[in-house]
Design a binder for this molecule. Structure first.
Ligand SMILES: [Zn+2]
Ligand SMILES: [Zn+2]
Length: 389
């Protein structure tokens, strides 16, 4: 389907907006300027605006006709704490901060969709434009949910979109099932009884217990988790004793690490099995153990029904250039918290070839302006089909 003339005519405005946002990056929960711009642009369209969810979050509500279905579209607004090295006319004006993940483009495309839909009004129902703060590891989505996002704005389905270098700007990947991994942390403290290094029989050595635990840790992925299910368990921190006291067996050993999975079931399994191994090892050595598993970000798992709806819209816009097979990413996205509240689908929009090899979070990365029209066309088509009369 050719992209509508209305969207093409809006591109100079949207491109200028994208460059403006790119030049003024803001970190998570600090998106004051960005959210002011977003709120002002939505208000200009007569869209009802709600601010303050997740501190700097903005939600625009556009209700047309008497359709009862409601959907949410998510764009993230935050930048990263890293310098921009490439020279471009709209290079970051803030040292040590840059839009290296393309969230400037995500915000722009959702504004473009709001501008189009508020003018054409070719649907019946309610669309919520959700501008999320702090996607980059600072917990913006969770905060918005805790602040009542889905109580204030019921969503029958919620959609997220991320740019993807390597796919063409008129290409999209819409895939059912796992898209991004969970990202969790775990900590263990083995508590023995410290003693003289020459008299181990008078204490309880936690270091030997820690060594046994670590040498068995990979059996969780290798022997317990289904071999057809990806999973990662890594110990990334180990702390015990003092190199200046090599005749002292310490009281405690601290171990910490990360766990990644693509399904809630495997995620539960990792939490349980790491704890079981820790407690079993402690019991074997007659010492105590503390175990904590911190659930940070759940996996993003695309719902079958929401995915079918997104796929239909993508195929309408991109024809045969829609991939229904695409490898999941080992990164995480806290859109997962939205997907726990309503059937969700997270899609990848092409960003063109990686220029000079720069991928997400590279100091030269940039969202491609050529993808703006594609993204706006996808969002507007999705809404018109989803909330079709
Ligand atoms: Zn990122
Ligand atoms: Zn991102």
């Amino acid at each position: 389907m050719p992209i509508s003339e209305r969207i093409i005519n809006d591109l100079p405005f949207l491109t200028a907006l994208r460059h403006n946002l790119h030049a003024h990056p803001e970190l998570g929960f600090e998106e004051e300027r960005t959210s002011d711009i977003v709120a002002e642009l939505l208000e200009e369209l007569g869209i009802e605006v709600h601010r303050g969810l997740g501190k700097t979050g903005v939600v625009g509500k556009l209700q047309i006709g008497n359709g009862t279905r409601t959907i949410g579209l998510r764009a993230d607004m935050d930048a990263l704490a890293m310098p921009e090295m490439a020279n471009r006319p709209y290079k970051s004006t803030v040292s040590g901060k840059m839009h290296a993940c393309g969230h400037d483009g995500h915000t722009t495309m959702l504004i473009g969709a709001a501008r189009h839909l508020a003018a054409t009004r070719n649907f019946s129902g309610t669309v919520h434009f959700i501008f999320q703060p702090a996607e980059e590891g600072r917990g913006g989505a969770k905060r918005m949910v805790e602040d009542g996002l889905f109580n204030l704005f019921r969503c029958d389905a919620v959609y997220g979109l991320h740019n993807m270098p390597g796919l063409d700007v008129d290409e999209m990947a819409v895939v059912e099932g796992p898209q991004l991994a969970s990202s969790d942390s775990w900590c263990i403290t083995f508590r023995g009884t410290g003693t003289h290094g020459a008299k181990p029989h008078l204490g309880k050595d936690p270091i030997t217990a820690a060594a046994t635990f670590l040498s068995s840790l990979q059996t969780i992925v290798g022997r317990v988790v289904d071999p057809l299910q990806p999973a990662v368990v890594s110990a990334c921190s180990l702390r015990a004793g003092d190199p200046k006291a090599l005749n002292v067996i310490p009281d405690t050993v601290d171990i910490g690490g990360t766990a990644r999975a693509y399904t809630p079931q495997v995620r539960d399994q990792l939490e349980e099995e790491i704890g079981r191994l820790a407690r079993g090892t402690a019991a074997m050595y007659g010492i105590a153990v503390d175990y904590a598993f911190e659930r940070r970000i759940p996996p993003v798992v695309n719902d079958p029904d929401a995915t079918a709806r997104a796929l239909k819209a993508a195929q309408t816009v991109f024809g045969s250039k829609v991939r229904t097979r695409f490898p999941p990413s080992t990164a995480g996205d806290d859109f997962a918290f939205f997907g726990q509240q309503a059937p969700g689908c997270y899609v990848w929009l092409g960003n063109g070839p990686a220029i000079a090899g720069a991928l997400h979070h590279n100091t030269s990365y940039d969202f491609s302006d050529d993808a703006i029209a594609s993204g706006v066309a996808f969002w507007t088509t999705l809404v018109e089909q989803e909330l079709g009369e």
